[in-house]
Design a protein around this ligand. Structure first.
Ligand code: KG4
Ligand code: ZN
Length: 369
């Protein structure tokens, strides 16, 4: 079964064709990263406008690159939420128009669950691997979300813990801004941390109410305080500008400031929190796999520490396999939407043309109109 997936939850416009929930035939993504760099983040109105401009060419390219013809597309899956309302609506309406004109079933997909599903996809010419063994613990870490999930069956998710404030990716982005490292923050911190000493500065590991929960806002404040002595005073003009365009402010630092050590210590604090909770959950639930999903899965230190800690904590016969999707499937994409769409279709979970966007759709649910 060939499913066309459409993803427009934020500022990436993506479309993909996936066969039987596994084989990715095409995976087209149009990003507004340059706009993000200018504004230091996503501006919802601009993101929605960009979606409108990109959606038709991106969907056309996904079908063309798959080598299929339109009649060979068997169903349309789209991201229903969570995400930015204006952006989501572009994808919802594109999907509904296609479903109507092609007389094909329509499947509504939860964006967060789709990120998890990326672990079941196979890229052309990629290394063929078996599906993850269940039960699995999935650490879902992106710019908007940080959740620890228990997956007993493919496509079903139980939330064990989540962040009580900033998402992990958001913490990277804010930390990078405080250090004047640019946007997006995750790759910038990772690059700056290279060669740095992760134990050079002691940054706090937050204590949170639930054993599997996370908190990153205190860490951000601690970083601000730790970097303070190395920072040059702001000039008045900058301060005036800052009140008008706070996002544009780039701090300046002394010539020989320990940026690598600061970035490495900050990265380590985030990674520590993510790895320790995941290990705990994997032990408590007897998980056979540990999955990492979402944009922050691109972080090498996170992946390395997760492997290392798992090897140290579990005996070989009880050791969960640690895995993550190909990096092209970690950040926002539509292959993950088409993939999960197949799973839902098989369970009869199609929706009608009255389907709507749900910007705050929680994990484990599909909205109804
Ligand atoms: O999943 P994603 O592409 O978009 C959302 O749905 O949020 O995740 C984007 C987030 C950004 O916050 C970015 O800073 C972070 O993923 N990220 C990283 C790395 N690459 C991207 N964080 C840490 N290390 C990286 N290498
Ligand atoms: Zn995402």
């Amino acid at each position: 079964m060939n499913i066309l997936g459409i993803e427009t939850s934020c500022d990436e416009t993506a479309a993909a064709i996936v066969v039987d929930g596994r084989d990715v035939l095409s995976n087209v993504i149009s990003s507004q990263i340059d706009l993000r760099r200018v504004h230091g983040g996503v501006v919802p109105e601009l993101a929605a406008r960009g979606q409108i401009q990109a959606i038709i060419p991106v969907v056309r390219a996904a079908v063309a690159e798959s080598g299929l013809t339109w009649p060979e597309v068997d169903a349309i899956a789209f991201t229903q939420g969570p995400g930015l309302a204006g952006s989501l609506l572009v994808g919802v309406n594109a999907a509904k128009s296609l479903a109507m004109s092609l007389s094909r079933p329509l499947i509504a997909v939860n964006h967060l669950e789709a990120h998890v599903y990326a672990n079941w996809l196979a890229l052309p010419r990629g290394v063929a691997s078996d599906p993850p063994q269940l039960p699995a613990i999935c650490l879902l870490v992106s710019g908007g979300h940080t959740e620890l999930l228990l997956i007993r069956q493919r496509g079903e998710h139980e939330v064990l813990g989540r962040t009580i404030d900033d998402a992990a990716g958001e913490a990277f982005d804010k930390g990078a801004r405080l250090l004047g490292l640019g946007y997006p923050g995750g790759p910038a911190i990772e690059a700056a941390a290279r060669g740095g000493d992760p134990s050079a500065f002691s940054l706090p590991r937050a204590v949170v109410p639930g054993v599997y929960d996370f908190s990153f806002s205190g860490l951000k404040t601690a970083l601000l305080r730790t970097a303070g002595p190395f920072r040059l005073p702001d000039e008045d003009t900058e301060r005036v500008l800052d009140t008008i365009f706070p996002i544009h402010r780039t701090p300046r630092f002394h010539e020989h400031w320990p940026v690598s050590d600061l970035a490495a210590s900050f990265e380590e604090a985030i990674v520590d929190a993510l790895v320790s909770r995941t290990q705990l959950a994997a032990g408590d639930t007897g998980a056979r796999s540990i999955l990492i999903a979402g944009g922050v899965a691109a972080n090498r230190r996170l992946r390395h520490r997760m492997m290392e800690e798992t090897a140290g904590r579990f005996d070989e016969d009880r050791r969960p396999a640690v895995r993550w999707p190909d990096l092209s499937l970690c950040t926002d994409n539509a292959a993950m939407v088409a993939g999960l769409g197949f799973e839902l279709y098989q369970r009869g979970r199609t929706v009608g043309l009255e389907a709507d966007a749900f910007p705050r759709l929680p994990i484990g649910s599909v909205g109804s109109a």
